[in-house]
Design a protein around this ligand. Structure first.
Ligand code: SOE
Length: 381
């Protein structure tokens, strides 16, 4: 059984621990922002060991795989160190703070020949795999338009606070890197198309926020109760709209926001093709819509017996038994761990790798440049 250390004890580290246990990987230890914090989380999660530091964890020859669920600014240095220490690495998105960093991680992963994965877990909804299979089958006809949104409301109030709001910790892009990257990865996965150019418009509607003195967990809504709070200017985008031109001539558009009241965490995409359309909504994840012009449109409900083989392989429950967000981590990790344990040398990974994380970084970089300069920007693939 592979032995795993999880680094990060905020919102997403515990989600990794839960999913790893569901695939029978052995979580041997935790690393937190401080040993005290890690000890508290380890107690809650029933993890036996807490490492005093990241380096102490790396020095443990018993650890095979390192999961990085840390703030963005740590991804590059921790992923680099873990690969060089001979560990396989599963890293949260965005992969790094800059494309120079993400390119270097791709290179080091190839040199060290360690398995490398980026947590674009949302691909691992069965109906998203089904959408890809339908597009690949060609039955929709030529692909014309890809559009959609990723909307949240957890940063709507000036009293909402999170480390992602601080460029030195989260990066110079916020909504785009945090959730736009998921949308961009998903449509790349589903359509197989690469973006050549982007035109972006950003908005920061809350230019000043209240920063509490203590730590605040993502989505926890704790900031209002925490005190004292200091006013903090905000430089990153609450909102972005981006026009997309794809290499094959297809066009697209996406709206990304963390301040859209009523949308808790909604990723939606639609693909319009020469014969039919396809649409999926993360808040109704077990449904896939196909739109027709000459006959009634369809809603396919997740049922393994009705799915394409790739989608069926990540659907663990029968029809009518809904699968959701935590299952995406389980299915992603199951695919990664299967690869670590039994893939033939050189086998193509069936999960998002550091190369995919780097491509998402290149897209985000072009989007940031376009918004800054107010013009179309090329993606430097
Ligand atoms: C916060 O916006 C967040 O936790 C993202 O960081 C995740 O990637 C997304 O799945 C849910 O929202």
């Amino acid at each position: 059984m592979l032995k795993v250390a999880v680094v990060g004890t905020g919102f997403i580290g515990p989600a990794h621990v839960e999913a790893l246990r569901r695939i029978h990987a052995q979580v041997v230890g935790l690393v937190g922002s401080s040993p005290e914090r890690a000890l508290q989380k380890a107690g809650e999660l029933g993890v036996e060991r807490v490492y005093d530091s990241f380096d102490a964890m790396l020095a443990d020859p018993g650890v095979d795989v390192v999961h990085l669920a840390t703030p963005n600014y740590l991804h590059y240095r921790q992923a680099r160190a873990a690969l060089l220490a001979g560990k396989h690495v599963v890293c949260e998105k965005p992969l790094a703070m800059t494309t120079a960093e993400s390119a270097e991680l791709v290179r080091i992963a190839a040199e060290t020949q360690r398995v490398n994965a980026v947590c674009f877990n949302l691909r691992f909804y069965p109906m998203v795999h089904q959408a890809r299979a339908v597009v690949q089958s060609g039955e929709l006809g030529d692909l014309f338009i890809v559009h959609g949104s990723y909307l949240q409301d957890w940063l709507l109030l000036p009293t909402d606070w999170n480390w992602r709001l601080e460029p030195s910790v989260g990066g110079t892009l916020r909504a785009v890197a945090d959730i736009g990257s998921h949308w961009l990865d998903m449509i790349t996965f589903v359509t197989g198309l690469r973006v050549s150019e982007v035109l972006a418009d950003f908005g920061t509607f809350l230019p000043v926020r209240c920063k509490p003195s203590g730590p605040v967990r993502t989505f926890a809504g704790e900031a209002r109760e925490a005190s004292p709070a200091a006013e903090q200017p905000i430089a990153t985008e609450d909102y972005a709209s981006v026009l997309l031109r794809f290499q094959n001539g297809a066009r697209g558009a996406v709206t990304i926001s963390q301040i859209s009241a009523g949308h808790k965490n909604r990723l939606h995409f639609e693909i319009n093709c020469a014969r039919s359309s396809l649409g999926w909504d993360s808040q109704r994840p077990n449904e896939l819509w196909t739109g027709h012009r000459d006959r009634a449109s369809e809603h396919l409900l997740k049922d393994p017996s009705l799915l394409a083989p790739a989608a069926r392989s990540i659907a663990a429950y029968p029809g009518g038994h809904c699968e959701g967000y935590p299952d995406t981590f389980k299915q992603l990790f199951a695919t990664v761990y299967e690869h670590i344990q039994s893939a033939a040398p050189g086998a193509r990974p069936e999960f998002p790798t550091f190369a995919d994380g780097h491509y998402a970084m290149l897209l985000c970089e072009a989007i940031g440049n376009s918004a800054l300069e107010g013009r179309w920007a090329s993606v430097q693939i």
